[in-house]
Write a protein that binds this ligand. Structure first.
Ligand SMILES: C[S@@+](CC[C@H](N)C(=O)[O-])C[C@H]1O[C@@H](n2cnc3c(N)ncnc32)[C@H](O)[C@@H]1O
Length: 224
């Protein structure tokens, strides 16, 4: 197979970051604040992923969004910024400590009114959603072993043409290392395989940062 991709170097990655239009002092301050958490800060999404989520939400004119895995709130701000007027984002996380930072920055970013945060295991939050609640856009970026559960819980509420975006689907490259049988790796591999052959959706993997998997729910009667 021809290598139809350009390998990123730190210099080229810097170039990528320079060439996006979403330059937001609040997000820059959030990166700095999250950096104070030390190694945990690695969990924050990359800036180009945030800009991509904002653009997706805008293109879709998303009214209703769900995020699984909020941490200090970067992806939530990115999604909330792109929502249609009156749009709402439900955020799921288990950490009061990390999401306290998120709440502060949502205020500063002017998106707090659009966001509802539920502190509980996301499976419980999703299963407790009212009957008939529908979703345009979801971003899944939490515990990897539950990705498949989050997928099924959200897919049944997703509108036709709605999108579920998964983060970390390359898992540092370990998805193609068969020697790596750690729980997280096995779960991500299984999710990637399952979604790729799921007739309910159309999917494409985008190698940005640690890999995004975009999954669009097919409309009824849609032909390939
Ligand atoms: C990778 S971080 C999310 C990063 C975030 N999207 C951002 O942009 O900064 C993963 C988050 O998932 C949360 N988490 C882990 N297990 C969870 C669960 N069972 N239910 C809900 N959230 C969970 C963690 O507390 C953590 O904040």
């Amino acid at each position: 197979m021809l290598d139809k991709f350009t390998k990123l170097t730190p210099e080229l990655y810097g170039y990528v970051l320079e060439h996006r239009s979403e330059r937001d002092p609040v997000l820059a301050a959030l990166i700095e604040e999250t950096g104070k958490l030390g190694g945990w800060s690695m969990m924050q999404i990359a800036p180009e992923q945030g800009a991509f989520l904002t653009m997706l939400a805008r293109i879709m004119n998303a009214q209703s969004a769900i995020e699984v895995g909020t941490f200090t709130g970067y992806s939530a701000i990115s999604i909330a910024r792109g929502l249609a007027p009156g749009g709402r984002l439900l955020c799921c996380d288990v950490s009061e400590e990390w999401t306290a930072i998120a709440r502060d920055f949502w205020q500063r970013a002017g998106v707090a009114e659009r966001i509802r945060l539920e502190i509980a295991p996301a499976t419980d939050t999703l299963r407790a959603l009212p009957e008939g609640e529908t979703v345009d856009l979801a971003f899944i970026d939490a515990d990897k072993v539950n990705y498949k559960t989050y997928y099924e819980e959200i897919l049944k509420r997703l509108k036709p043409n709605g999108l579920i975006v998964f983060d970390n689907v390359l898992w540092g490259g370990s998805v193609v290392d068969e020697q790596n049988q750690k729980d997280d790796t096995v779960a991500i591999r299984a999710l990637n395989d399952f979604v790729a052959s799921d007739p309910r959706v159309e999917c494409v993997m985008i190698p940005v940062a640690d890999g995004l998997l975009l999954t669009r729910k097919r409309a009824a009667g849609e032909t390939r």
